[in-house]
Design a protein around this ligand. Structure first.
Ligand code: DGY
Length: 326
């Protein structure tokens, strides 16, 4: 590797071939894990780096940028960028890359899987079998594990971006009526527009697909949960900070909501003593919205493409702060 090759720091190994190819074009160091580097380890590591390849578990704030005076590009292997201080990067003229598009369908698949799991009580039914409660006396009971139908029901999509639209398409295929609300009004085939309060009051299922920003933090709080149709089910594959978890736990405990299915949490990993874990009717998975082999390899490829473009002085294929280009 020529001494003049740029130095790149990656905060984790990534699935697929992309990092190997990056290693042929840059002096690449990879945090060995397990888990993410601590903020202090990351600050030390970026000291000499011209490129940073990070994940959503790495806080990229003004202090980190100050510790990396040579940084010329930041590329996150994620579509969400709530872990990056975009304004601080822009102020330094550093383009920030992310991975929209490639994970849309995979994340919509998980939202739908969670919708079905909560509606038909799949995790509860699985526990029932595994825990030996499916006994000859209960071989088939008319009222065992009764759930909700998706067909004929109404889905409210909160956030009609690419993932929200992909969920709406799936819902139409399941014979659901689809309502949507976004901060910016958008149209999509077969989708009826509503205000957020009207959507919450009418939908049997609500699925969240807005980015986490200062405006959407706590978007679904006690008041919004109380405004939901009694017996509704909430699905969140967006970001935990969009929902007030304590208020959600109360709404489930009071029986106001029939269930919820969450891939994302205010604090990740979800602490084992979280009150959420004590609630029936709650389905939890560990932030796996984009976790398919093919999609993670595509995310890695796109984040390496963004990084190489930045190092070579080209516009990033997916830049979240294009204003750095003037
Ligand atoms: C993202 O990319 O922002 C998802 O939350 C993880 O795939």
């Amino acid at each position: 590797m020529p001494a003049e090759s740029p130095r790149v720091y990656a905060t984790r190994g990534l699935p697929g071939e992309a990092l190997g190819e990056l290693a042929e074009r840059a002096r690449l160091s990879v945090w060995p894990g397990p888990g993410p580097p601590s903020p202090a380890a990351l600050r030390d590591a970026v000291g000499e780096a011209e490129g940073l390849l990070c994940l959503l578990t790495d806080r990229v704030d003004a202090a980190l940028l100050a510790a990396g005076p040579r940084l010329r590009v930041i590329s996150s292997c994620s579509v969400g960028l709530d872990h990056v201080d975009l304004a601080a990067a822009t102020a330094r003229g550093i383009p920030v890359g992310h991975t929209p598009g490639v994970l849309t369908e995979t994340t919509a698949d998980l939202a739908f899987a969670l919708l079905l799991a909560a509606a038909r009580r799949i995790p509860e039914a699985e526990r029932f079998v595994r825990e030996g409660r499916w006994t000859p006396e209960r071989a088939w009971e008319p009222d065992l594990l009764l759930g909700r139908d998706l067909h004929g029901a109404c889905l409210g999509v909160v956030g009609l971006g690419a993932i929200g639209r992909a969920v709406a398409r799936r819902a139409a295929g399941f014979g659901m009526r689809v309502l949507a609300w976004s901060r910016t009004r958008r149209e999509a085939p077969g989708v009826e527009w509503r205000t957020l309060p009207a959507l919450l009051a009418e939908a049997d299922f609500v699925s969240l697909h807005v980015a986490l920003t200062p405006e959407t933090r706590g978007l679904i709080g006690a008041e919004e949960l109380a405004a939901m149709k009694p017996g509704a089910i909430l699905v969140n594959t967006a970001r935990g900070g969009i929902v007030d978890e304590a208020a959600l736990a109360r709404a489930l405990r009071d029986g106001r909501l029939a269930g919820a299915a969450l891939d994302v949490f205010e604090r990740e990993p979800l602490p084992p003593d979280s009150p959420l874990l004590a609630l029936d009717g709650l389905v939890v998975v560990p932030h796996i919205g984009s976790a398919s082999l093919a999609t993670r390899a595509r995310m890695a490829r796109l984040s390496v493409d963004n990084l190489l473009a930045g190092l070579e002085g080209r516009p990033l294929p997916h830049c979240a702060n294009p204003e750095v280009y003037g």
